[in-house]
Design a protein around this ligand. Structure first.
Ligand code: PLP
Length: 384
């Protein structure tokens, strides 16, 4: 069993009680006993989405839910506006292209957040835009987009508001009903701290009205089928779900309810702040500006004279801490520390200490202990 500390932006370490839940024997997925588990899991999912609408669990990764969102609202030729400031914003547009939709892009420099007014301008200019996609937490750049403010602008328009919260739900503020989000998607393996392989989606009444007018462009991800099965007594999924992963999701969401969603979000923000403070104390440079920095993943510029292979290789092989690299044109230029799911000061202190040792060993002029002290200072109460 590999005990490397995962400090990547998903998958994240899974609590033993969640792993244990998965070891329960498989039951008939069309039975009262499974229906109860599904019902409770989808209810907790809606609570975490902060919506009164139903949620649906899809056996598949986060991308399956992104694809479900698009496949159910678009006829070929329909137009979608995408905020693209990183890899996952791009993914939404590629999905729409795959379904024969027209894409309109708001290009945001990687490392920056979108200005919500730009979305308003684009919608004002083009009445044919059927939906707008925004990635809340752009995992590839460590930027959090202002989904609340965008929601206010979206409320003046008919276009559906589609938000990817794959790497933020359960770790940062997401209020599906409060922000007027029409379709929200997420994945199991990030802030929810369940194993990979389960995705979730929730749709507003406005979104369902559109879904009902469209022939879904997918068989497996046809949301009308998920709704019909979900409304059955006992509730089901249309096709055989990963029963074991459903147990894991049930347990992981129970853990979130016990911690309290607000407490959990605060814990993530504190971990993000501690990480940023450590990086600054070590005279390293954050990739995005602090004001737009993610609560769940911190992107850091690669220090001059140190290669990605050396830095992350030493962290992994010598200190058994796994960090993430940059993606696409950011490969080699940044590295990323994920602090999502169950991460506390314990993991951060270990990570920052390992980073200090790694940098020192690679010849970087580092004051050992300053990063760790910054983490400790962040966690200590103000009056100490
Ligand atoms: N959206 C965001 C913001 C992500 O971070 C990811 C995964 O890293 C995805 C979508 C895709 O999720 P998955 O890899 O589970 O398909």
């Amino acid at each position: 069993m590999d005990e490397t500390l995962l400090m990547i932006p998903g998958p994240t370490r899974v609590a033993p009680r969640v792993l244990k839940a998965m070891s329960e024997n498989v039951v008939n997925h069309r039975s009262a006993i499974f229906g109860k588990i599904l019902n409770e899991t989808t209810q907790m999912m809606s609570d975490v989405f902060r919506t009164n609408n139903k949620s649906y669990l899809i056996t598949g990764s986060g991308t399956a839910a992104m694809e479900a969102a698009m496949a159910n609202i678009l006829n070929p030729g329909d137009k979608v506006l995408h905020v693209v400031g990183g890899k996952f914003g791009q993914r939404f547009s590629q999905i729409v292209e795959a379904f024969g939709g027209q894409t309109k892009i708001i290009d945001v420099e990687w490392g920056q957040a979108v200005n919500p007014d730009e979305i308003g301008f684009a919608l004002e200019e083009d009445e044919d835009i059927k939906a707008v996609t925004v990635v809340h937490n752009e995992t590839s750049t460590g930027v959090a987009n202002p989904i609340k403010e965008i929601g206010k602008i979206m409320s003046d328009y008919d276009a559906l508001y589609v938000v990817d919260t794959v790497s933020s739900l359960g770790g940062d503020e997401v209020d599906v009903d409060g922000y007027g989000i029409d379709i929200c998607v997420t994945g199991s393996q990030k802030c929810l701290a369940a194993p990979p392989g389960m995705a979730a989606i929730t749709l507003s009444n406005d979104a369902w009205k559109v879904v009902d007018k469209v022939d879904a462009q997918s068989y497996y991800l046809n949301m009308k089928k998920y709704r019909k099965s979900g409304n059955a007594e006992p509730p089901e999924t249309p096709y055989t779900p990963s029963v074991s992963l459903m147990y894991a999701m049930h347990e992981a969401l129970t853990v979130i309810m016990e911690e309290g969603l607000n407490n959990r979000i605060k814990r993530h923000h504190l971990a993000a702040k501690a990480t940023r403070n450590a990086i600054k104390a070590l005279n390293l440079e954050l990739f995005p500006k602090e004001e737009v920095s993610s609560a769940t993943v911190t992107a850091i510029k690669m220090p001059e004279g140190v290669s990605d292979g050396e830095l992350r290789g030493t962290m992994r092989n010598k200190y058994r801490v796994e960090l993430a690299g940059g993606q696409d044109h950011l490969k080699g230029n940044i590295f990323r520390v994920g602090h999502m799911g169950n991460i506390t000061h314990r993991e951060l202190i270990t990570t920052v200490a390992a980073l200090e040792m790694t940098l020192k060993e690679l010849g970087f002029d580092i004051a050992i202990g300053e990063g760790v002290a910054a983490v400790a200072d962040t966690y200590l109460p103000d009056d100490i």
